[in-house]
Design a protein around this ligand. Structure first.
Ligand SMILES: Nc1nc2c(ncn2[C@@H]2O[C@H](COP(=O)(O)OP(=O)(O)O)[C@@H](O)[C@H]2O)c(=O)[nH]1
Ligand SMILES: [Mg+2]
Length: 392
């Protein structure tokens, strides 16, 4: 038991001190008023004295109980804080997981798109999937160079079929190059490897393609460069200017020219030049649509019984037009093709289209109006590279 004494000016003040010090369970043992002693006791304020006691055990058990309650409250509080923290962490993880899922979905969509495109590209050009884009690029180049779509498709498909999965861009280009060069073939020019004299060569083709000019170029070339005895015959008597044109070249070169007015005169004219090494014969460019005139050209060609026949085609013609012309020369067993006016075109696809259709040998290519310089032996390598084009 704990006993203590408190003094205050009033009983209420004393009781407050007791409770604050000993708690609400304190027992009041005694209270009394105290008066001072002597003369001054009348001037002093009265004082109250309270004696109070408290059971110490009960008091400490109350404190213990309070502490336990406090700890419990504290635990409860910290548990709820931990719970809150855990919840926050879970929320955070969930949002991270959601955003990862979103990212994965995006990646998946992109990969699928790329692989779908690759399948699309490969199927259009009939190529293996790994060749994505490359066949299309070269197909586009061929088309840009005016190669017929059917031929371009066939070439690209053949290249794709031939190549394995691991082949490179270079392999693709080389294979395509080989296909194009083999389609064009090696050029074949007027033969000098023969003992026949005179060697007769005849030129045919539509009006204005450059037959007469080409003959003048070749005459100059074989006369000046190969020192051959060259003669010329013209069967184009429909236009006076045509005869005059060749006569001018003949005079400049100093070589003989004979004019043939009907197929019957051809044999005689050739016979007259029997001491020549080479006879070059010009024909009229009559329209094949004019059947009777064309018949006369046929007879002229047959009458010449030439050792070599050349069909002259201008590259400014359309592929369709070239095909039509060649269709009309089907009566010939064999002929070679001369392409003129290369200087006037930007896309050489017509060469491939025509040769693909005709399956005949190519020979010369002319590159301008200048006689005798603007003519070359056809350069298969150069033209094939031009037809294939570059990839940028
Ligand atoms: N730009 C160009 N013009 C040419 C070429 N070859 C011929 N020509 C021109 O084409 C026109 C017709 O030529 P020509 O020889 O009379 O044709 P032909 O009717 O077939 O005999 C002429 O103006 C020639 O100068 C060539 O390679 N390039
Ligand atoms: Mg002519």
């Amino acid at each position: 038991m704990k006993i203590k004494k408190y003094t205050a000016s009033t009983i209420q003040e004393a009781m407050l001190k007791v409770k604050m010090d000993l708690g609400k369970d304190a027992l009041i043992i005694n209270t009394r008023n105290i008066r001072g002693k002597g003369f001054f006791k009348f001037f002093k304020k009265p004082t109250v004295e309270v004696i109070a006691a408290v059971d110490e055990q009960k008091s400490s058990s109350i404190e213990i109980q309070d502490a336990a309650n406090f700890r419990e409250a504290l635990n409860k509080q910290s548990a709820s804080v931990i719970k809150m923290q855990n919840q926050t962490r879970l929320d955070l993880l969930e949002s991270k997981f959601n955003s990862m899922e979103e990212t994965l979905k995006n990646i998946y969509t992109q990969i699928k798109k790329i692989s779908d495109e690759s399948i699309d590209n490969s199927s259009t050009s009939n190529c293996k999937k790994s060749k994505k884009g490359l066949p299309q690029l070269f197909y586009d180049n061929l088309i840009k160079n005016e190669v017929d779509a059917d031929i371009a498709n066939e070439l690209i498909s053949q290249v794709c079929e031939q190549l394995g999965d691991n082949d490179s861009v270079n392999d693709f280009i080389n294979t395509l190059y080989k296909k194009v060069t083999s389609l064009i073939g090696k050029p074949s020019t007027i033969s000098l490897e023969h003992s026949k004299k005179p060697y007769v060569v005849i030129f045919a083709g539509p009006t204005g393609v450059g037959k007469t000019t080409t003959i003048a170029k070749l005459a100059a070339h074989y006369y000046l460069s190969y020192n051959k005895k060259v003669s010329m015959i013209t069967a184009d008597t429909y236009r006076i200017a045509a005869v005059e044109q060749l006569k001018v070249y003949a005079d400049i070169l100093g070589i003989p020219l004979s004019i043939v007015r009907s197929p019957g005169e051809m044999k005689e004219a050739i016979k007259n030049f029997e001491d020549s090494d080479l006879i070059l014969i010009d024909t009229a460019g009559r329209s094949y649509r004019d059947t009777s005139s064309f018949e006369e050209i046929k007879q002229t060609i047959n009458a010449a019984d030439a050792d070599e026949i050349y069909i002259v085609l201008s590259m400014t013609m359309s592929t369709r037009n070239c095909k039509e012309v060649l269709e009309n020369y089907k009566f010939l067993n064999n002929y070679k093709i001369i392409f003129t006016k290369y200087d006037e075109i930007s896309a050489p696809g017509i060469i491939l289209n025509t040769l693909y259709y005709a399956r005949k040998q190519v020979s010369y290519i002319t590159t301008g109006q200048n006689v005798p310089d603007d003519i070359e032996v056809f350069d298969t390598d150069k033209i094939a590279k031009k037809i294939i084009g570059n990839i940028n």
